[in-house]
Design a protein around this ligand. Structure first.
Ligand code: 5GP
Ligand code: MG
Length: 181
């Protein structure tokens, strides 16, 4: 599919699944290498957007690990509301753990900043961010994003877990919004 329409917006093919898959494999190799000597790291997926990236990434992870999910919503429509809601579902046995937060996309960084603030209180051994996509032109925080599979410009995208008003998460490829000028 070259174009998709979700509600009132049209999106065009931007990153095909095969490209995502290759980038995710490369990212998994780096994580495999960095974590192979650690004690049962914990992958913490941020719902809803990360579910597809998480499943693709975890199939390539070669060390014993645990997985869990948390929820943190900040988006409505195509622009950030500039606020983040509460963190739901965080387990309480995080002390001394090596945690890898799995995100769909890091945009302004508000979400990961909020999440890290909550995590640090649990005294984990380490926390790193693994994101499928990073928007470097929009990212304003000092927190290092150690693992990002791909960097993209500031266009609004959907697919592979990412939504427009809850639609489009199921799309296998990533699509970019078409400017109606
Ligand atoms: P941040 O807090 O870094 O500004 O935004 C993070 C969250 O905003 C992401 O986890 C994602 O849910 C949402 N987001 C940011 N950019 C996009 C985008 O281009 N498309 C979609 N669908 N969601 C986005
Ligand atoms: Mg998200």
């Amino acid at each position: 599919m070259k174009r998709v329409t979700l509600k009132d917006k049209t999106f065009e093919l931007f990153i095909p699944y095969e490209t995502l898959q290759t980038a995710i494999k490369e990212l998994a190799n780096r994580i495999n290498n960095d974590y192979k000597d650690k004690q049962t790291p914990l992958f913490l997926g941020v719902l809803n957007g990360s579910f597809m990236f998480m499943s693709e990434l975890m199939k390539e992870i070669e060390f014993n690990c645990e997985m869990s999910f948390v929820k943190l919503a900040s988006y409505s429509g195509t622009t950030s509301l500039g606020r983040v809601s509460e963190l739901i579902g965080l387990a309480d046995n995080l002390q001394g753990r090596d945690i890898i937060v799995v995100e769909d996309i890091v945009d302004t960084g508000d979400s990961i900043e909020h999440l890290l603030r909550s995590l640090v209180g649990h005294e984990p051994a380490s926390v790193e961010i693994a994101t499928l996509l990073l928007k470097p032109d929009s990212y304003t925080k000092k927190i290092p994003v150690k693992y990002s599979a791909m960097s993209i410009p500031n266009d609004f995208i959907v697919g592979f877990g990412l939504d427009y008003n809850q639609l489009g998460r199921n799309l296998k490829n990533i699509y970019k919004i078409v400017d109606e000028k």
